[in-house]
Design a protein around this ligand. Structure first.
Ligand code: FA5
Length: 351
């Protein structure tokens, strides 16, 4: 039996010398180390041997097995190295192949539309003013002429952050960017209280409302507020500014309309709509009715001017507040506002 083991080893090693590729190596492994190989048969016959022969033959068989496994390992490594060397020597630079595209990051459609709006308003002389997202009831409502308990508050269902011990002035997440009007005016008026400088700003940022979410309503969305205050500013200035903005953003054919409306902080007030050019005003997934409500606007209420430190006898002003996602929906033909914050790459990669 020991002689037979030596013979198995000799034959197997000789056969391994002839192996030149992976497939032949596998065939060799099955033939010499597989379950029905001669070597394994020796193992299965051990039980039938005489008691004193058993450990001797068993040990010899184990040594042969180890030797064959080691030889298999080094052959396998040798073949791998040879294949690598072959691949390297065959590698050539083919300058006619098309280049591999580089996956580039891109700006979120919301950032893109905001930057475009900054550009359009910068051309009209508006500067960006940033205001806080966490506000007091006083700034979010009261100074904007929504007294405590005023029914117009129902238009903006509010997230309260801290109410306890604050009486009529709880802390809220701002429901609109309009409180920034008061903060900006107060800051400007402080520069020269007797003759406050004119204001021409836009105030972008997130606002929060406890809303029923649907294709056109989110609980968190961007608004772009605008405020112009100075001597002799009229409603025509407001109409001209917004109409011009729509044309700069959507092209000279953009059609707009103003509808009489109500906001406590503007008088008179108007909703501002842009005709949907996805459907040419017929009504589609994006707009619903042919026109998309972009925002509210109006002449700054005298009480609000006063609260901002501007004398309403000497100054007038206009203000507006747009839904930024609504503008992006119209511009890019996005049928559902919920896509914006889902972070689905299939959506984001389209911009
Ligand atoms: C306001 O928030 C006023 N502060 C706007 C304003 C500013 C009027 C200055 C006058 C002067 P309103 O609640 O209508 O108004 O919201 C303004 C715009 O935000 C809407 O026209 C719409 O485009 C957008 N908007 C409102 N609610 C949502 C919502 N849940 N999801 C997405 N966009 C919304």
């Amino acid at each position: 039996m020991l002689e037979q083991l030596k013979e198995i080893e000799r034959t197997a090693l000789a056969a391994l010398e002839a192996v030149q590729d992976e497939a032949a190596l596998e065939t060799w492994r099955v033939a010499y180390l597989g379950r029905s190989s001669p070597l394994m048969q020796v193992f299965s016959k051990l039980g039938a041997l005489a008691k004193e022969e058993r450990p001797v033959v068993g040990q010899a068989a184990n040594e042969v097995k180890k030797a064959l496994e080691a030889a298999f390992g080094s052959r396998s490594e040798m073949l791998r190295q040879a294949a690598l060397a072959r691949a390297l020597s065959e590698e050539r630079l083919d300058v006619t192949l098309p280049g591999r595209p580089i996956a580039r990051g891109r700006l979120h459609p919301d950032t893109q539309i905001l930057r475009e709006l900054y550009r359009v308003f910068a051309e009209m002389g508006f500067q960006v003013y940033r205001s806080r997202e966490v506000e007091s009831d006083e700034y979010n409502f009261q100074l904007l002429n929504f007294p405590v308990g005023h029914p117009a508050r129902d238009m903006q269902d509010t997230y309260f952050i801290e109410a306890e011990g604050r009486g009529d002035n709880p802390i809220v997440l701002r429901t609109h960017t309009s409180p920034g009007q008061i903060r900006a005016m107060r800051e400007m008026a402080a520069l020269n209280p007797q003759n406050p400088p004119p204001v021409r700003i836009i105030l972008p940022g997130m606002v929060y409302r406890y809303e029923q979410v649907d294709a056109r309503h989110e609980t968190q969305f961007d608004q772009l507020e605008g405020l112009a205050v100075g001597p002799g500013i009229t409603f025509s200035d407001l109409k001209g500014t917004l109409t011009d903005m729509a044309r700069r953003l959507f092209g000279p054919q953009a059609r707009t309309r103003f509808r009489a409306s109500f906001f406590p902080f503007t008088e008179p007030s108007a909703e501002f709509d842009i005709e949907c050019f996805q459907c040419g005003g017929k009504g589609c997934d994006v707009c619903g009715s042919g026109w998309l409500e972009i925002g509210g606007s109006g002449m700054v209420h005298p009480v609000v001017l006063q609260n901002g430190g501007y004398d309403p006898a000497r100054y007038t002003g206009f203000a507006f507040g747009f839904g930024v996602q609504r503008i992006a929906m119209l511009k890019y033909g996005i049928p559902d506002i919920r896509y914006f914050w889902e972070n689905d790459l299939r959506f984001l990669e389209q911009f």
